[in-house]
Design a protein around this ligand. Structure first.
Ligand code: NOJ
Length: 728
């Protein structure tokens, strides 16, 4: 075909015209070809590409991709380019903290920059499209993929999910350093029963719309170019064959113009679910539901045409699927610039990228306990023991989903502390145990001897990268292997123990806390975790991270999320712990555990700093608001300590009485505020009344008049409270 015969290559034409002209030139087979994504560039795929039977590849190296792209563009009948995807989840070569760690920054700017840098490095490697952000609300720390999530709160996950979309896609997704985002996993994947990966999710329509869908919707509205359907079944319907969530809600109700890719073989796995009896039925259900592109499995390729001829599929569904894939390719500029720019490996791990990763790691660490041991004052130190399997574990500190990271690129805490501490300070190092999972205790003796000789012990414990991520759910959430034993042996020396935990999830820290003077939670902090931790430990920076997810006292409390409902017999703080009263006259009959606390160990939003923040004078401009109006609330925040520091000020509300029971608190807004020592600032919020609306189980939206409470403070248990009324 000549250029004249390919009018869709004319950049002057409007996008939709380009898409439609191309679509109308395609055969059925070529349309179905756009609906298949392949992961292994085997030889026979050259011919498939030539025949227009493959629309996309994932995880294919740059050189192979260039060859396949040349075949697609130059040798296929219509020259439709391939779109290449890869999991670039929290960085490409420069790794930022795991997404759950980034969420602890409560800082959209930081998250946006992290995604921008990931996009820049990934596009230099020839990648067009990442499978991120993951905005699955995650309330269960047993679930290994909580590491990839933005936590348990819909407002936080929405803000940060949007920031990631903006960072990946930039102002123009066709720019050479932008890549397409893919919002996943649509939907309910994080609600896997028992925290076991891929498990069933049962979510009532109201909860779906009030909690699980908002981050997806926010990302769709922010222009995310694609969505990924999930592995799980939702209320009995696998999400990769679910017309309610995909065709009805996403594509019709939200009018989403983007493309929906399945998860890896999630279409043919509907046979295992017991939802499709064979590949053909799986294809039929997924196409009918609105999944446009099939990742890896081959049911569309093998069956779509036959299903259409048999009248089991509508032509418009196939057209819609192909159209959406093509639209994304046009928006990415692939028709105009199908080949990657010349390789620029020098941008990998360049100084600005490393410094941004360091800042993100600094902001993501959460100080959970400090009896004054931190910050360390180097002038008083002669000898420091650095102990633990994560003190010098470059590959582990980057965490899960770091396919392109290299362990040797990481700057570890050991290396960073060596650089940051004065040369007069003697540093001893021993891992104590060979890995976080190991039960080998032969290294204890050396570690204990080093601890005995030291002024202070910096202990780096937690989870190696392998213990979180996909298919890595855990049933026990205490420190794995013999690390608890190591901690206790070190604490028994009587030395001050500063504990840094790296992990892909909230761990159960109850047995840990008594043995450490200070606990800094670093998640998996990424390439620059070491320098960031050195800055925090030595007081060059004050911790500012806040928990994006509640930390349970013990596994039995899970889920321990903060925005739960009250029940008819709310748990009372008096009946926490062991049973009280007598069998004939028990005390309680409330929603407590008789053998443990109902409150989490650390609540959502919690995090200490090296200063003390004081809140006072919560003020509402008016105690009445009408639909369409705005609640204006403010509070005075004072840095009462002696260091500059940043606080995340959080605003929560509760709808006291409604036609559907409402959570005891819901985060509605937050702001990061940096104050000099002694400085006071009035922090003001404007909350549109519309944000008090909720959905019921018939998907009907309600904005109900009545009484509300509002709190502003430093975590989800804050006590500065005001009341207001939404007028009819
Ligand atoms: C399976 C995972 O669930 C998904 O998140 C990922 O993007 C795909 N595999 C592709 O690797």
């Amino acid at each position: 075909m000549t250029a004249l015969q390919r009018p869709w290559l004319n950049k002057q034409l409007p996008l939709e015209e380009r898409v439609e002209t191309l679509l109308s030139a395609m055969t059925l087979e070529e349309k179905i070809g756009q609906m298949w994504q392949v992961h292994d560039p085997k030889d026979q795929h050259d011919q498939n590409v030539r025949e227009g039977r493959i629309g996309s590849f994932l995880n294919v190296p740059r050189d192979q991709l260039a060859r396949l792209q040349r075949i697609a563009v130059e040798e296929s009948r219509l020259g439709v380019p391939i779109v290449a995807g890869r999991d670039v989840i929290h960085g490409y070569r420069t790794l930022f903290p795991i997404p759950l760690g980034q969420a602890a920054s409560f800082n959209p700017e930081t998250v946006r920059l992290g995604a921008k840098i990931a996009a820049r490095e990934a596009s230099a490697a020839g990648i067009h499209w990442t499978f991120a952000p993951m905005v699955d609300i995650s309330r269960d720390p047993r679930w290994g993929r909580i590491a990839e999530s933005l936590g348990e709160d819909p407002v936080l996950a929405s803000r940060l999910g949007v920031a990631m979309v903006e960072g990946f896609q930039g102002d123009d997704p066709a720019a050479p350093d932008s890549i397409a985002a893919c919002v996943k996993h649509y939907v309910g994947y994080g609600a896997a029963e028992g925290g076991r990966d891929y498990n069933t999710a049962l979510i009532p329509e109201s909860e779906l719309r009030n909690v699980y869908l908002p981050p997806f919707r926010a990302c769709a509205e922010a222009g995310a170019l694609s969505f990924m359907s999930a592995f799980n079944d939702l209320n009995g319907v696998p999400t990769s064959g679910n017309p309610h969530t995909i065709r009805n809600i996403l594509k019709t109700e939200w009018n989403y113009p983007g493309m929906v890719v399945s998860d890896w073989c999630s279409i043919t796995e509907m046979i295992n679910h017991g939802y499709a009896c064979d590949e053909a039925e799986a294809a039929q259900r997924s196409i009918a539901a609105g999944v446009d592109l099939e990742m890896v499995s081959e049911s569309y390729r093998n069956h779509a045409a036959g299903l259409l001829r048999a009248g089991k599929l509508r032509q418009e569904w196939i057209d819609d699927a192909a159209r959406r894939v093509l639209r994304m390719k046009f928006v990415l500029g692939l028709f105009d610039n199908p080949y990657p720019a010349p390789a620029t490996p020098e941008i990998f791990l360049c100084e600005p990228h490393l410094q941004a990763a360091r800042r993100a790691a600094t902001e993501s660490c959460v100080l959970l306990k400090n009896n004054g041991a931190l910050p360390l004052s180097p002038s008083g130190l002669k000898r420091v023991a650095i102990i633990g399997p994560l003190a010098n574990a470059g590959a582990d500190q980057v965490g899960c989903w770091a396919m392109d990271a290299r362990g040797e690129d990481s700057q570890t805490p050991l290396a960073a502390l060596r650089q940051s501490l004065p040369s007069t300070v003697v540093l001893d190092y021993s891992p104590g145990v060979p890995s976080s999972r190991s039960v080998d205790t032969t290294g204890f003796a050396e570690a204990i001897a080093q601890a005995r000789a030291a002024d202070v012990v910096l202990l780096f414990l937690g989870e190696e990268a392998l213990l979180s991520g996909e298919a890595h759910s855990r049933a026990f959430l205490t420190l794995p292997g013999s690390q608890q034993q190591l901690l206790e042996a070190i604490a028994a020396t009587g030395k001050t123990v500063v504990l840094v935990i790296m992990a892909g999830r909230p761990l159960v820290l109850t047995p840990v806390l008594p043995h450490a003077s200070a606990v800094l939670y670093a998640w998996h902090p990424g390439t620059m975790g070491g320098p960031a931790l050195a800055d925090l430990l030595l007081g060059k920076e004050s911790p500012s991270g806040k928990l994006p997810v509640s930390f349970p006292v013990m596994e039995g409390q899970i889920p321990a999320y903060y925005n739960k409902r009250n029940t008819g017999r709310p748990p009372s703080d008096e009946s926490r712990g062991l049973p009280q009263g007598t069998p004939l006259d028990p005390v309680g009959f409330s929603a407590n555990y008789i053998d443990g606390d109902h409150l989490p160990l650390f609540p959502f939003g919690f995090g200490l700093s090296y200063t003390r923040f004081e809140y006072q004078n919560l003020t509402l401009k008016s105690s009445d608001v009408r639909a369409g109006g705005v609640i204006e609330a403010s509070i005075e925040l004072r840095n009462a300590g002696s260091m500059p520091a940043t606080e995340t000020v959080q605003l929560y509300v509760r709808d006291l009485f409604a036609s559907l029971t409402r959570p005891v608190r819901e985060l509605k807004d937050f702001q990061r505020v940096t104050l000099a020592p002694g400085e006071t600032r009035v922090v003001a919020f404007k909350l549109p009344a519309e944000q008090l609306a909720f959905y019921d189980n018939e998907a009907k939206r309600h904005l109900e008049a009545g009484d509300f409470k509002l709190w502003i403070g430093g975590d989800s248990r804050c006590t500065n409270e005001a009341a207001f009324r939404l007028l009819a």
